[in-house]
Design a protein around this ligand. Structure first.
Ligand code: NAP
Ligand code: ZN
Length: 368
């Protein structure tokens, strides 16, 4: 076979994926502002769901990745279209889609695919699949390049990675459940949080405020650790039984050795040892916050009391649906400040000042 015939044969075997243009917001470099861009989305295949995006939450991970702060673990490929807290309306479905029909409310979180056969996938823990495809900044199997996230008017996703949104949840507040919600719900379920447990939530931002709501709904005694005195009243309204402003060393000491579980959602450098020593014997601190720089741990924060330090990454698809249904039953959504996409750069600056109550949710109508 000559080269031309070979090329023709290959094209016949796998025709190039057809695409359509979609409006989006993208960053061109770590120091560039996000600006309007046009991206390509694939035409839906048999298993795909085409979603018109209504709202997309703004996660601190978006900011870390746009600015390439996770360069060692996950270097950012530019242009970068972030966004993994997506709620929208189904526009079209492929011929084999059974879970959704046009007009349905649907959601997409941090993952859009995985290998589906590894032990993690078989256990419903796709977030730990070695071949997971995250919603943005991950190799795109269909189009080449990297995946583009939810700061966009639409997205096309395999039905297995699309979630159902309970009808009683307002979409702007439901969108951030797809990351802030599942990331706090999953470790609490894993570590058996419920009645008679004393739970600490470190950092009252997007993740932290959902951590408070879930811990309270699960029946735990909840203490918030915050650097922001102005958030004290809110913390109580959200479900905290007590609030500690962390710069008050006496207040911190009062809780020494008393916690069953602490969820650390802090996005910046901080002293982990100050929280580890608050754990009781066999207590556990789970890190979900992912600061740019490594955190120092003293052996003496863990050894006395046989304490655990662990991590947790979002949650699997099955558990994400369970979390959404739990929110539907308990009428839980995120407290959001709805912004137009044109305010996104200002929103990032406010995130860095811990000035958000408690999640920005982008109204995608502003992009159209
Ligand atoms: P966020 O809304 O910005 O909240 C972070 C909170 O941390 C702030 O509101 C602030 O709370 C506290 N904080 C900030 N700087 C601090 C400092 N220097 N010292 C102590 N506390 C500080 O961020 P987010 O969206 O909730 O995300 C939090 C972290 O989780 C990020 O690193 C993000 O990348 C990570 N994340 C991880 C996963 C996962 O799967 N593991 C998923 C999503 C996000 P106070 O004002 O109350 O002090
Ligand atoms: Zn996130």
């Amino acid at each position: 076979m000559n080269e031309a015939t070979q090329t023709a044969a290959n094209e016949k075997a796998s025709p190039p994926t057809r695409t359509h243009a979609a409006r989006a917001y993208a960053a061109a470099s770590p120091s560039a502002a996000l600006t309007a861009a046009t991206i390509q989305r694939r035409e839906p295949g048999p298993e795909d769901v085409w979603i018109e995006i209504l709202y997309c939450g703004v996660c601190h991970s978006d900011l870390h990745q746009v600015r390439n702060e996770w360069v060692a673990a996950m270097p950012t490929v530019y242009p970068c279209v972030p966004g993994h807290e997506i709620v929208g309306r189904v526009q079209r479905v492929g011929s084999a889609v059974t879970k959704f029909k046009p007009g349905d409310l649907a959601a997409v979180g941090c993952m859009v695919d995985s290998d589906r056969v590894c032990p993690e996938c078989r256990a419903g823990l796709e977030q730990y699949c070695p071949s997971v495809t995250l919603t943005y900044n991950f190799p795109d199997k269909h189009l080449g390049g990297v995946t583009y996230g939810g700061y966009s008017e639409s997205i096309v996703v395999d039905q297995r990675f699309v979630l159902r949104v309970p009808a009683n949840l307002p979409p702007a507040g439901a969108a951030p459940l797809l990351c802030a919600g599942i990331t706090t719900y999953s470790p609490m379920r894993h570590w058996g949080i419920g009645k008679d447990k004393k739970v600490g939530i470190a950092g009252l931002g997007g993740l932290g405020h959902m951590g408070v709501k879930f811990a309270h709904a699960l029946g735990a005694h909840v203490v918030v650790f915050s650097t922001s005195p102005g958030k004290k009243e809110d913390a109580r309204r959200l479900g905290a039984d007590a609030v500690v402003i962390t710069r008050d060393a006496d207040e911190m000491r009062k809780h020494a050795g008393s916690f069953d579980f602490i969820l650390d959602t802090i996005s910046a450098d901080h002293d982990l040892n100050a929280y580890l020593t608050l754990l009781r014997r066999d207590g556990n601190l789970t890190l979900v916050g992912a600061p740019e720089k490594p955190l120092a741990v003293s052996a003496f924060s863990l050894i006395p009391g046989r304490r655990h330090l662990s991590g947790s990454q979002i949650g699997g698809i099955r558990e994400t649906q369970e979390m959404l249904d739990f929110c539907g039953q308990h009428n839980l959504v995120c407290d959001v400040e709805v912004i137009p996409i044109q305010k996104i750069n200002e929103a990032y600056e406010r995130l860095l000042r811990s000035d958000v109550k408690y999640r920005f949710s982008i109204d995608m109508a502003s992009l159209r």
